[in-house]
Design a protein around this ligand. Sequence first.
Ligand code: IPM
Ligand code: MN
Length: 356
Amino acid sequence: MGKTYNIAVIPGDGTGPEVVREGRKVLSAAASKFGFKINYEEFDFGGDRYLRTGEVLPDSASEEMKKFDSIFLGAIGHPDVRPGILEKGILLRLRFELDQYINLRPVKLYPGVATPLKDKGPEHIDYVVVRENTGDVYTGSGGVTMKGTPHEVAIQNMVYSRMQVDRCLRYAFEYTRKRNKRKTLALCGKTNVLTFVFDLWERAFHEIGKAEYPDIIREYYHVDATCMWMIKNPEWFDVIVTTNMFGDIITDLGAITQGGMGIAAGGNINPEGVSMFEPIGGSAPKYTGKNIINPLAAISCGGMMLEHLGEEKAARAIEDAVMYVTANKLKDMGAGKMGYSTTEVGDLVAEKIGRG
Ligand code: IPM
Ligand code: MN
């Protein structure tokens, strides 16, 4: 018997529990096939708990999470809770307190999946966005003065330290090297306007690249142009590294080019600590409990988690099985349009892993 992994599971809100259930089903199939064990412990963080108890996240939560090998999260966001409370109080708080400074978001079009991009197929859409995950306007630096008067001023600062920039860039260079595709890392910024922050990013990018990663080709794109090229020439990209806010925006754009929220997976990574894997799509309240939501994003998150834990063969088997299912089974990636229920999609992937 191989290793045992202890995983904290946060099913969360809306369709979160449904997709997490299928993710676990597939993880278990991979574990028995590849000879390791997974212990799960569930945590009820989310909107229902908040509405019941008034507490968003216990103060002990991140210390508790540090005892696990990884966190597997479904979705956070509840229609009866004002926007921001749960997102900031659970998701962003965990990302910050666990110092998950990388948000890794692959943009990959699987076979059989429709893309809105004309004349593009799986051979054109296969890159990874490394989104910095602790800095930028997300830090909460800023404030409001003279609120409610005609003189009201609101400030939300774009904050980056050299340390944050360096560690993110090093991760991105290492990732590009390990990925070993086109060995090209593109920095996505806005050097023509945000001259303080992107001067820092650009200098660090070339300094580190030149000194430590001479084998990696460096490219630079403004964020607005990045959006254009992600649509027109996605095949140009191998790995993109960018700031927190720009990364948030361009990865939704990327997600729709790979078939939408049902399929887009991501990982909040602390390379030296505990990481948290979560599908990019939200809690989709209107589909809750109907067993029609697409669980492939959550299933792929499970694959990313196993890769992160060092179970690379099992991770590849999950991705291969997902690709088999998109290519041969599902009619569409949208909720209620797949031709199968949420449960059946999980079964299809798990069975394929079992068959090999
Ligand atoms: C994401 C989400 C979050 C973010 C929200 C829910 C706080 O949009 O993971 O991309 O902005 O990071
Ligand atoms: Mn987002």
